[in-house]
Design a protein around this ligand. Structure first.
Ligand code: HEC
Length: 147
């Protein structure tokens, strides 16, 4: 009996060690070069999103997006992307009368006030807009569901 118990304990310890190693492997610190490369990729997206948000037609074309047919850029109604409260999503959104993510809200603005073409969730333009909006709010505390 005692031996069986010991076997279980050893097996559990072995499992912990095995998974522990796997978990730690992901936590190895990145090199300065790696961090710089990640940051560069991120900031490229932020810059593209900034351009889209401010109505840069060239970037829009390059990304195959049509964000507006009214000539209104996001920034004309939202002069500060930092005021678009991405940290409060997902939440019940009154305009849509439904529970919505930030992407749903971005698409609502594209389709309704802007009369543009809805973006695919994984489209380049959606990712860039999301990167820019989150970056603009980078020190906000996550507060999903808030109004
Ligand atoms: C003609 C004006 C207008 C334009 C242009 C516009 N929006 Fe909006 N936007 C609104 C209104 C109205 C709301 C809903 C009221 C609110 O929640 O602030 C809103 C809300 C939002 C919100 C949620 C804000 C919150 O606090 O819940 C986000 C995010 C947003 N818009 C992103 C965008 C993006 C990205 C674009 C450009 C593709 C854009 N909007 C273009 C009028 C506009």
């Amino acid at each position: 009996m005692a031996r069986t118990k010991l076997r279980y304990v050893l097996a559990a310890a072995g499992l912990l060690l095995a998974t522990g190693t796997a978990v730690f492997a992901h936590k190895e610190p990145h090199s300065i070069d790696q961090l710089k490369a990640f940051e560069d990729v991120f900031m490229d997206q932020v810059k593209a999103g900034d351009a889209l948000f401010h109505g840069d037609g060239d970037v829009e074309k390059k990304m195959n997006a049509r964000l507006s047919r009214t000539g209104m850029a996001c920034a004309m109604c939202h002069p500060f992307a930092s005021d678009t409260h991405p940290h409060e999503f997902p939440k019940f959104q009154e305009q849509m009368n439904t529970f919505a993510t930030l992407r749903d809200m971005i698409n609502w603005c594209i389709e309704k006030p802007n009369e543009g073409e809805k973006l695919g969730d994984n489209s380049e333009a959606m990712k860039a807009l999301e990167a820019y909006i989150y970056w603009s709010n980078r020190n906000s505390k996550l507060d999903p569901g808030r109004h």
